[in-house]
Design a protein. Structure first.
Length: 247
């Protein structure tokens, strides 16, 4: 994970691997700031349009437009192909090698650069099935996050997605994924959280799926909670196996 020049107290500074060239480290250091600048421009446009359509309150629009606060992070994922017994081999046609399990993102926007060839590993769940998102050279995939869906009362969607190796494909893949958030003081309101829980109950999803959204576990909330405090707590509590309460 890489953080830009504006780093919150909850995020450690970058630690570079031994032997990384100075110019490469400088390029990587600059990348989060470039993506942050783009995300702020996109967030500003979304905020203005959503407010004009009465999807956002004036405060939500401000929280979206002025987001960041050093909470954002760029993560570089390198996915390795199926290799039985650590030997090079092609994945069986029916293999379900999941690199990143079904999930939604917690923030406002996620910017994804798929540095890969072929069919691509990213899949979005839509109309009852997963659909593969093929990489487009020079293009970014931009997903809305849970916070965006929360404050727009479901009008702006946070898509369920995963990353899976295409059956029969033995290519490695790399993805640069930038997570953008609203301003840290943005409030998560009990009424919005309750409404989000009802939408989750009705949402179409794969049978038996359990995944951890922004507001799972907040049903007890009786007063607004600051986004930054909740986000730090969420990251600290990330586990490999979700609890039943996170349904």
């Amino acid at each position: 994970s890489l953080a830009g020049g504006k780093i919150s107290s909850g995020i450690a500074p970058n630690s570079w691997p031994p032997g990384l060239a100075v110019e490469d480290a400088a390029a990587l250091e600059a990348l989060p700031e470039a993506l942050r600048s783009l995300a702020i421009r996109l967030s500003s446009g979304i905020a203005e349009e959503a407010k004009s359509r009465d999807l956002f309150s004036a405060q939500d629009a401000s929280d979206c437009r002025e987001g960041g606060d050093g909470l954002e992070v760029l993560r570089v994922f390198h996915y390795l192909p199926y290799e039985p017994h650590r030997c090079s081999g092609r994945a069986p046609q029916d293999a379900e090698l999941v690199w990143s399990s079904d999930h939604t993102d917690w923030g406002s926007l996620t910017l994804i650069a798929q540095v890969e060839r072929g069919a691509g590993g990213l899949e979005l769940f839509r109309d009852g099935e997963y659909r593969r998102v093929r990489p487009v050279p020079g293009a970014l995939v931009i997903n809305g996050g849970d916070w965006l869906e929360l404050v727009s009362h479901g009008a702006l969607k946070s898509p369920l997605h995963r990353v899976r190796q295409p059956p029969g494909d033995d290519a490695e893949r790399t993805a640069f994924v930038y997570f953008h958030y609203p301003v840290g003081s943005a409030l998560l309101r009990p009424d919005d959280i309750a409404a989000a829980a009802k939408r989750r109950e009705l949402a179409e999803r794969p049978p038996g799926l359990v995944f951890n959204t922004l507001t799972n576990g907040l049903d007890h909330l009786r007063k607004p909670l600051a986004f930054d405090a909740h986000l730090v707590s969420k990251w600290a509590g990330v586990r490999s196996e979700p609890k039943k309460s996170e349904l």
